[in-house]
Design a protein around this ligand. Structure first.
Ligand code: UN1
Length: 505
């Protein structure tokens, strides 16, 4: 049976799960299968009182956890990763069931958490600070990185597991406890995931490291964001949500780590390998049904090859199977909700009204569930298509043409968001111009050469500029966001000397 995975993951006997719930009732939110529109199960939501209880558990958890030496914390992360590895197939399937990703992408998402957990285990022996020479004799200076506190992690429906993984694995190895508020589109994935992490940590004697609260943004979200006991709020979601989170956290002088919307473009130069470009663009534009923050939403193609590339894309799109995400051969599953389908339809209507030409797709799929046809829309001559400035979470690709690379880069950068970007080219000069160290190329946090805009590995820092929010998660030195830095100056002599040559006799 389709929902057998709920039993296999023990969700049917979880105290928070209401099996058989068919619609939202006070205190219960129902998770639906977007491929059928059918309810999967309900989950009990938190109220003010249970939020307070859980937060206290996180605060107490932090006080104990920070005293655990970092390499020992790393061993706990390893146990969490082992638990996730053992349930990879089931977790991947649950993600597909709950948010409609195809099986391979559901599994890929679980792998992303396993990868960042492995990274965090290594990091547990590498939370390096710097030492610097003091200008004073018999003095030493060093910087050390210290645990920050309980971290509030707010995640979106589209990566209901891996984005928690990025935050939770890094935060935990840094000595923080994690309080997770998942999207109510994917509460079952969150429960199953958090249970694995919590059980692994508790088995090793650590309570309160991985906690979960569930509720509406207006209730539980607002409460978390305003809560001074959470020194860091890491939030993934829309620019609108991020503006609110950023403002409330700033008001209390807390820290926020924001990973918000993208409006990612691929530039294709005349000398590009068009077969490679067509594959890369297709995956990035239609993968996850266009519901990644890194999805390619705009194609900026040199006018001399536009016809050729568009023909290849239209042909590729014609072969894409849209349907049950768990069925063999499906490449595009459903959108998350009926509201998302309406957003898709509204964007297409707006594009048409603005002179855009629909080259393929353009309508919903007439079947139960929230399926839509992957769509390509060509902007009118002059490249003015205002709707393309918005991030519509659906598989819609807008096509623009250009004559010079400078013009293409200006078009690419000419939107409010700044997450991901890409160029397909055979020319070293064009590639390096796009990545220019003067900052005159792509203005995004992620830049790819001969790859599409989505599908980052965990090893690099992930995030974007401008309205994308400026946060960096995942690899490289993103861990520093989850710690506080202390600069320590030590006088190991017996003279009192002052910096800057100040005399105070
Ligand atoms: C997101 O859509 O919020 O680079 C994250 C990617 C994935 C992460 C996407 N590794 O597409």
């Amino acid at each position: 049976m389709r929902t057998g995975v709920l039993q296999r993951l023990g969700l049917d006997s979880h105290p928070r799960v209401v099996m058989g719930a068919r619609e939202n009732a006070p205190g219960v939110a129902v998770s639906f299968d977007p491929a059928t529109g059918q309810p999967l199960a309900g989950v009990r939501l938190d109220n003010a009182e249970s939020y307070e209880r859980t937060l206290r558990t996180s605060v107490e958890g932090f006080k104990a956890w920070r005293n655990v030496p970092a390499p020992v914390r790393g061993q706990v992360i390893r146990a969490v990763a082992d638990g996730i590895r053992a349930r990879k197939d089931d977790l991947g399937e649950l993600i597909s069931l709950e948010v409609g990703k195809i099986r391979s992408e559901g599994l890929g998402e679980v792998q992303e958490t396993i990868d960042i957990a492995d990274f965090a285990v290594g990091l547990s022996r590498q939370l390096y600070g710097l030492t610097m020479p003091s200008e004073r004799r018999d003095h030493a200076i060093r910087e050390q990185w210290l645990p920050l506190g309980p971290v509030g992690v707010i995640t979106a429906f589209n990566f209901p597991h891996a984005v928690w993984g990025w935050n939770a694995m890094l935060g935990a190895v840094c000595g923080d406890s994690i309080l997770w508020k998942p999207s109510l589109f994917a509460p079952l994935t969150a429960l199953a995931t958090n249970e694995i992490a919590r059980a692994a940590a508790e088995r090793l004697g650590h309570k309160g490291v991985f906690e979960l609260v569930m509720g509406l943004d207006a209730e539980i979200g607002e409460r978390m964001v305003a809560d001074r006991r959470l020194p860091l709020i890491s939030a993934t979601g829309s620019c609108r949500m991020g503006r609110r989170v950023g403002a409330v956290v700033a008001e209390r002088l807390g820290r926020s780590l924001l990973e918000l919307g993208g409006n990612n473009a691929v530039i294709v130069e005349p000398d590009a390998d068009l077969a490679l470009a067509a594959r890369g663009i297709t995956f990035s534009a239609v993968g996850t049904a266009g519901q990644r923050c890194t999805t390619t939403r705009r194609l900026i193609v040199h006018e001399s090859i536009a016809g050729d590339l568009i023909a290849r894309l239209v042909k590729a799109y014609a072969s894409i199977k849209v349907g049950d995400p768990l069925a063999e051969g499906t490449l595009v599953g459903p959108l998350i909700s009926e509201a998302a389908v309406q957003g898709y339809e509204r964007a297409i209507a707006a594009a048409r009204a603005q002179g855009g030409e629909v080259l393929t797709g353009g309508q919903r799929v007439n079947a139960p569930g929230h399926f839509v046809a992957p769509t390509i829309i060509r902007a009118p001559a002059g490249n003015i298509l205002p709707i393309a400035r918005d991030e519509t979470f659906a598989p819609i690709l807008y096509v623009f043409t250009f004559k010079t690379l400078d013009e293409a880069i200006a078009l690419q950068n000419g939107v409010d968001q700044g997450l991901s970007s890409a160029i397909f080219t055979g020319s070293m000069r064009s590639a390096e111009r796009f990545l220019s160290p003067h900052g005159t190329g792509s203005d995004c946090g992620l830049a790819y050469v001969n790859l599409g805009t989505s599908g980052a590995e965990i090893g690099g820092a992930f995030g974007g500029e401008k309205d994308t929010g400026g946060g960096r998660e995942s690899g490289s030195d993103s861990w520093k966001a989850y710690m506080r830095r202390q600069t320590c100056t030590i006088n190991f002599g017996s003279e009192f000397t002052l910096a800057q040559g100040i005399r105070f006799e």
